[in-house]
Design a binder for this molecule. Structure first.
Ligand SMILES: Cc1cc2nc3c(=O)[nH]c(=O)nc-3n(C[C@H](O)[C@H](O)[C@H](O)COP(=O)(O)OP(=O)(O)OC[C@H]3O[C@@H](n4cnc5c(N)ncnc54)[C@H](O)[C@@H]3O)c2cc1C
Ligand code: SF4
Length: 587
C-alpha cells in the first residue's frame, strides 16, 4: 500500500531535458514542483570527472549512463503477424536514465524542423496530390513553425548552440542553410572550427553544386553564459562525447544549462532513484490526482498534485499513458485509438571513403562538429519526379577516433588477427565517413502497445514495439544514397563503401535514439493523443512532453524541436491553463 505524501502543485515524471525545462519555467511562475526521476542523481564534477569521463569501456561499451534492460525493456517485432520478443540488450537505440536523461550523453546536433514538416499532410496533399501519401498515416501537427519559432530560439539560447543561420527574417545568409525556415536572429555562438574531414566533405559537395553548411551544435564553439546566468566552457573536441558526459561543461544538457539554478530554488525538489509506476485518475477518469512511485528501498509512495507532466522520454511517456488508462490504446486492425499511434524512427544510411594520401586525425572530434547538406531533405527539392516523399540530411560529423570502437577497415578484411591489425593501422587516419539521416513517415502498421505476455519487475506489461521501415522510406533512403555516392566520387577516394538502408529493422546494431510518436499532437482527438499544447485530450491536467508528440519524424535529430515544444507547453500552462484550468482546446 502506497504511503500518501503532502500535495504539490506539479509533479514531473523524469528529469531530463524536458523535465528540467518545465520545472524551471513553472517554478519561475511560483508553482511548487517536484520531479521524480527513475535514475540516480548526477553532476559534472562527481560523475563526469575528467579523471574517468573518457573511459570508453565503461561508458561506450558497457553503457554505464544508459537504461539497463533489467530495469525496463520492451518487446519488438517487425509486423503484427509476428510474436514480439523482449530486447534483452538495448542496441538499435539507447534510452537514458538518471538526472539529465539521454541529454547527458547525446551528441548535440540541434536542429529546427522545416516549416513544411509541421503541416506535412496538407502540404504534400496540396503539392503532389492525396494519392502520393495514400499508404502513409502522416498528419499535421496542429502547430506551425512560425508559432514555434520563438521557442526554438529560447532553446538555442539556453543551450548556447553554435551555428550559422541561413535565413534571418527572410534574408538568406552566406554560409548557412539556405533551406531552413525563417529565424529571427543568429545563433548565440558562431559555428565550430572545422576539422579536416568535414572541410573536405564540404568541398566535394560544393564542387557538384550542393550547399553544405556547419551543423548546428550543442558542443560550444566558445565560452558562453546563458540567459539563466550559467557559464559554460569551449569544447576541446575531445572525441568522448556521444555516450559520455562532458567533463568540460561544454556540452549543453540539463546539467550545464538549467540545474545549477533550478536546484537552488526553494519551490523545487528532485527525488531520484524513484520510478513512477502510473498516474492515478479520479473516479471520473477525467482528472489525474497523483502518481505512484517506488523509491530505491522498494517503498511505494503516492504523490498528489494538481498537474502531472510526463517528461519521461517519448517511448516511456506512451507506456505510462497506457499503464494509467489515459487515452485509448491504438488498434491497427480498426485504426481506432490514439495512444501508441504513429510510432516512427529514423531512416539512416552511410558511406565510407578510403584514401591513401590523407590524414584526418579522427580523434579530433566532438558529438556535433561537422557539415551538413540539406538539398535533399524535407521539401528542399521537388518530389515530382521521384517515387517517394520525405528526404534526408547528409552529415559528415566524425564523432571519434576512439581506440575500441573506431576501426574502419575495407570489406573483406578478416575480423581479427594480424591482417585485421595491419588494415586498422593502414586505414585509421585516412577514412572519411558520412551518413544520411532520413525522415521516418507513419504507417498504419507501425505502432506501440502493451505486450500481452511479458512483464517488468513490478509485474506491469512491457511495451511492445511493432516497426519496420516503410517502403516509401526505403526508396527515399536509396535515392539519397545515390546523392551521397555522387559526393563520394567527387572526392576521388581509393575505395568507396556505401551501406544502404535495407529492410527489415533489426534491433541489434546501434542506429539512432530518435524514437518518435506514440502520443502525437494534432487537431483531432480521434487521431491524436494530445492537443497543440501537448495537453491530453482525455485528462486535461496531464501534459505529455517529448518526441512522443511528433506525428512523424523529419530527416533531422529531434531534440531542438523537443526543447522548443517544452518551452511552448510551459508557456501554455503558465499563460492559459493556470488562469483557466481545463481543456485548452475544445474537442
Ligand atoms: C547516444 C545518443 C545520442 C543522441 N544524440 C542526439 C543528437 O545529436 N541530437 C538530438 O537532437 N538528439 C540526440 N539524442 C536524443 C536526445 O538525447 C533526446 O531527444 C532527449 O534527451 C529527449 O529529452 P527528454 O526529456 O524527452 O528525455 P530524456 O532526456 O531521456 O529524459 C527522460 C527522463 O525520464 C526518466 N524516466 C523515464 N521513465 C520514468 C519513470 N517511469 N519514472 C521516473 N523517471 C522516468 C528517465 O530516466 C530520463 O532521465 C541522442 C540520444 C542518445 C542516446
Ligand atoms: S567533445 Fe566537447 S562537448 Fe563533447 S565531451 Fe568533449 S569537450 Fe565536451
Amino acid at each position: 500500500m502506497a504511503r500518501k505524501l503532502p500535495p504539490k502543485d506539479v509533479v514531473i515524471v523524469g528529469l531530463g531535458w524536458t523535465g528540467a525545462i518545465l520545472a524551471h519555467e513553472l517554478t519561475e511562475a511560483g508553482l511548487d514542483v517536484v520531479a521524480i526521476e527513475r535514475g540516480p542523481w548526477r553532476d559534472t564534477a562527481t560523475d563526469f570527472n575528467i579523471g574517468y569521463a573518457p573511459d570508453e569501456l565503461r561508458y561506450s561499451v558497457r553503457r554505464d549512463l544508459f537504461l539497463q534492460p533489467a530495469q525496463e525493456t520492451l518487446t519488438m517485432r517487425n509486423t503484427s503477424s509476428q510474436t514480439a520478443l523482449p530486447m534483452r540488450d538495448f542496441g538499435s537505440f539507447l534510452p537514458g536514465t538518471g538526472v539529465g536523461g539521454a541529454g547527458t550523453h547525446w551528441n548535440g546536433h540541434t536542429w529546427r524542423f522545416f516549416p513544411s514538416d509541421f503541416n506535412l499532410k496538407s502540404h504534400l496533399t496540396e503539392r503532389y496530390g492525396a494519392a502520393r501519401i495514400a499508404n502513409l498515416t502522416i498528419e499535421d501537427w496542429g502547430l506551425s513553425y512560425d508559432e514555434l519559432e520563438s521557442s526554438y530560439d529560447r532553446f538555442e539560447y539556453l543551450a548556447g548552440i553554435s551555428g550559422k543561420a541561413g535565413n534571418i527574417q527572410g534574408k538568406l545568409q552566406d554560409g548557412g542553410n539556405p533551406f531552413e525556415g525563417v529565424r529571427q536572429r543568429e545563433y548565440p555562438l558562431p559555428a565550430m572550427q572545422m576539422s579536416y574531414a568535414p572541410t573536405l566533405f564540404a568541398e566535394g559537395a560544393r564542387s557538384i553544386g550542393f550547399h553544405p553548411f556547419p551543423t548546428p551544435s550543442a558542443n560550444l564553439s566558445k565560452a558562453y553564459v546563458n540567459p539563466l546566468g550559467i557559464a559554460m566552457g569551449q569544447c576541446t573536441a575531445c572525441g568522448f562525447c556521444e555516450r559520455f558526459g562532458c567533463a568540460n561543461y561544454s556540452k549543453a544538457s540539463a546539467h550545464t544549462t538549467i540545474l545549477p539554478v533550478l536546484m537552488r530554488k526553494p519551490n523545487f525538489e528532485a527525488r531520484c532513484s524513484s520510478e513512477v509506476l502510473h498516474v492515478n485518475l479520479d473516479a471520473t477518469r477525467k482528472m489525474a490526482k497523483s502518481v505512484t512511485y517506488v523509491d530505491a528501498s522498494g517503498e511505494e509512495w503516492e504523490q498528489p498534485a494538481d498537474l502531472v507532466l510526463l517528461c519521461a522520454y517519448g517511448l516511456h511517456n506512451a507506456r505510462l499513458m497506457m499503464l494509467s488508462g489515459i487515452g485509448k490504446v491504438y488498434d491497427p486492425s480498426t485504426g481506432e485509438g490514439t495512444v501508441g499511434r504513429n510510432y516512427c524512427y529514423q531512416t539512416n544510411a552511410g558511406v565510407q571513403l578510403f584514401f591513401d594520401d590523407k590524414n584526418f586525425n579522427p580523434f579530433i572530434a566532438s558529438g556535433a562538429l561537422g557539415q551538413t547538406v540539406d538539398d535533399f531533405n524535407g521539401d528542399a527539392f521537388d518530389h515530382g519526379s521521384v517515387d517517394f516523399v520525405g528526404g534526408a540530411g547528409i552529415n559528415c560529423i566524425p564523432t571519434n577516433g576512439r581506440p575500441i570502437g573506431y576501426r574502419p577497415v575495407p570489406p573483406g578484411t578478416p575480423r581479427w588477427g594480424s591482417a585485421w591489425k595491419k588494415a586498422t593501422a593502414e586505414n585509421y587516419l585516412s577514412v572519411l565517413g558520412f551518413s544520411s539521416q532520413g525522415s521516418s513517415y507513419a504507417t498504419r502498421g507501425n505502432y506501440l502497445d502493451l505486450d500481452p505476455t511479458y512483464t517488468d519487475r513490478f509485474g506491469r506489461p512491457l511495451m511492445r514495439m511493432t516497426f519496420d521501415f516503410p517502403d516509401n522510406d526505403i526508396r527515399m533512403s536509396h535515392w539519397v544514397s545515390d546523392r551521397m555516392e555522387e559526393i563520394g566520387k567527387a572526392l576521388k577516394p581509393r575505395q568507396m563503401v556505401s551501406s544502404r538502408r535495407q529492410k527489415s529493422w533489426n534491433s541489434v546494431p546501434y542506429q539512432s535514439t530518435h524514437n518518435t510518436g506514440g502520443a502525437i499532437m494534432g487537431t483531432d482527438p480521434k487521431k491524436s493523443a494530445v492537443n497543440r499544447y501537448l495537453q491530453s485530450w482525455d485528462v486535461p491536467n496531464v501534459f505529455v512532453i517529448g518526441a512522443s508528440a511528433f506525428p512523424q519524424n523529419a530527416g533531422k535529430n529531434p531534440t531542438g524541436t523537443v526543447g522548443a515544444l517544452a518551452f511552448w507547453a510551459a508557456d501554455a500552462i503558465r499563460d492559459k491553463y493556470l488562469r483557466n484550468p481545463g481543456a485548452l482546446v475544445s474537442a
